[in-house]
Design a protein around this ligand. Structure first.
Ligand SMILES: *[C@@H]1O[C@H](CO)[C@@H](O)[C@H](O)[C@H]1NC(C)=O
Ligand SMILES: *[C@@H]1O[C@H](CO)[C@@H](O)[C@H](O)[C@H]1NC(C)=O
Ligand SMILES: *[C@@H]1O[C@H](CO)[C@@H](O)[C@H](O)[C@H]1NC(C)=O
Ligand SMILES: *[C@@H]1O[C@H](CO)[C@@H](O)[C@H](O)[C@H]1NC(C)=O
Ligand SMILES: *[C@H]1O[C@H](CO)[C@@H](O)[C@H](O)[C@H]1NC(C)=O
Length: 429
């Protein structure tokens, strides 16, 4: 209970408790990534955080040029600290060395040995159609770490101050800005493929979600069960150590032009150790498939494209199958290639058309479309990881209370797109 008092939200108005934030795609480096813009610190500063749908905590590097009058570390051994560490508080070790300074008496979060702190965070309220004034959260809990810069391999240090964690945790960003308890948090993501026109994240909004020209996409969602399973990092010692709390969906088969490909079903379920299954990721730019699934997928796609008289060309890394742009006809849903369908265990279908299955590579003397799927190797933690490119212009609603994911497939079918949220700020009360 003390925890909830500690986290009490200060809302500007009781009648608006939904929030919104722009999501921007960045192309600058070899791999694209997505950031969420919010306001942090006192006085409030606009801040870009790497969008990480599976991360347990929101993390900012508070050792690097961090000035805020409301910043304070979570005390070692406090009840909030024990809750953050899932009751595995390390009361013998409360000091941490960051750079050349030692910070004493703080709450250390394992396994990455970062420490927890609180500060002010603000997001615009929304009615589902426009953003309004900022809603302010005084005691938002972060970890202090440079995780985002490790994930971006040192790139974009200037632009990206940390990462926004949306994982299944009561300390995720959506859970902390939720007025419901963490287990019934609702949030939605709509990622735009255009670096100049942002997509949008909604918090606490069940409906409506308006996109120009006046389309409420909550009318166009299919639902499938969603679940979470803590996953340890791919590298390093992982015993008992939580690192991510990502979301999984139950894909039972993949169809290419309506024909199912052969997949070992065992790979598609999450086992007791958290291995296998289909994860959703905003930090993998492209879909990643376990080796045997990848091989079957490429084979079936090649066969179907041959039937459509498409001839492949020399691929560009990391892709395996590419076509000359001149040889593909284009439609409003992307190049005309075999259609991919992800069939869920509850028999609803997530269809993936050219715009999401293919990525265009324009380099010196090269103009090709490549199948935007990469080889995950043998025995990866998750057998399928649905990555950013496949999520673009697909609306996703994560309803943790109803334990379901609402998905739209391509919004282009409904004559709108993720960049069509109207970010003109209005006065909402
Ligand atoms: C530190 O922050 C100040 C004020 O926000 C800014 O002007 C300065 O460029 C920053 N320095 C670095 C190294 O990022
Ligand atoms: C943490 O709390 C326990 C129980 O309240 C106490 O015995 C212990 O000394 C405390 N440790 C530190 C480092 O304050
Ligand atoms: C707590 O910290 C001490 C000192 O760093 C370390 O030896 C011990 O293994 C830690 N305990 C846990 C549970 O991590
Ligand atoms: C966006 O919202 C503003 C405020 O409601 C409105 O005036 C404007 O016409 C909208 N833009 C479009 C393109 O509809
Ligand atoms: C934190 O976790 C990441 C992800 O696996 C790992 O690469 C990194 O070395 C860890 N950092 C520390 C300081 O333990």
């Amino acid at each position: 209970m003390a925890l909830f008092i500690f986290l009490l939200l200060l809302l500007i108005s009781p009648s608006f408790s939904a929030f919104v934030a722009p999501i921007t795609k960045h192309h600058g480096h070899s791999t694209p990534f997505y950031t969420l813009k919010l306001h942090l610190k006192t006085p409030l500063q606009p801040t870009d955080l790497l969008l990480h749908v599976g991360a347990t905590f929101t993390a900012v590097d508070c050792t690097r040029n961090y000035t805020s009058t409301t910043f304070h570390p979570v005390p070692c051994n406090s009840s909030l600290c024990r809750s953050l560490q899932s009751n595995r508080a390390n009361t013998t070790n409360c000091d941490i060395t960051t750079g050349k300074t030692v910070v004493r008496g703080v709450c250390i979060i394992l396994p990455n040995r970062s420490f927890a702190h609180v500060d002010t965070l603000a997001l615009p309220i929304t009615n589902g159609q426009n953003p309004g004034q900022l809603g302010v959260f005084r005691d938002f809990v972060f970890t202090c770490s440079d995780e985002s810069s490790r994930l971006l391999q040192g790139h974009a240090k200037k632009e990206v101050a940390g990462l926004a964690g949306f994982g299944f945790s009561k300390f995720s960003l959506p859970a902390q800005v939720s007025t419901a308890d963490a287990a019934s948090t609702v949030f939605a993501l709509c990622i735009s493929g255009s670096p100049s026109a942002p997509g949008v994240a909604f918090f606490n909004q069940i409906k409506p979600y308006y996109f120009l020209p006046g389309i409420d996409v909550s009318d166009h969602l299919n639902y499938t069960p969603i679940f979470s399973h803590s996953v340890a990092p791919r590298t390093g010692k992982t015993n008992n150590k939580r690192y991510e709390d990502p979301y999984f969906i139950g894909v039972k088969s993949i169809n290419i032009n309506g024909k199912p490909i052969a997949i070992n079903q065992k790979l598609l379920t999450v086992d007791k150790k958290g291995n296998g299954g289909t994860k959703i990721s905003t930090t993998d730019p492209y879909t990643v498939l376990e080796r045997s699934i990848f091989t079957a997928f490429i084979e079936a796609f090649t066969k179907e494209s041959a039937i459509m008289k498409l001839k492949s060309t020399k691929p560009v890394k990391p892709f395996k199958l590419c076509y000359d742009a001149d040889d593909l006809s284009e439609t409003h849903v992307g190049p005309n290639v075999p259609t991919i369908e992800l069939v869920m265990r509850n028999d609803v279908i997530w269809s993936v058309l050219g715009k999401n299955s293919m990525v265009r590579i324009v380099e010196e003397g090269v103009d090709i479309w490549c199948l935007a799927v990469v080889d995950g190797g043998v025995r990866p933690t998750s057998s399928m990881v649905i990555g950013g490119h496949q999520l673009e212009d697909n609306f996703l609603q994560f309803d943790l209370g109803a334990k379901r994911l609402g998905f739209s497939s391509s919004l282009l079918h409904h004559k709108t797109m993720c960049a069509n949220f109207n970010f003109t700020t209005i006065k909402l009360f």
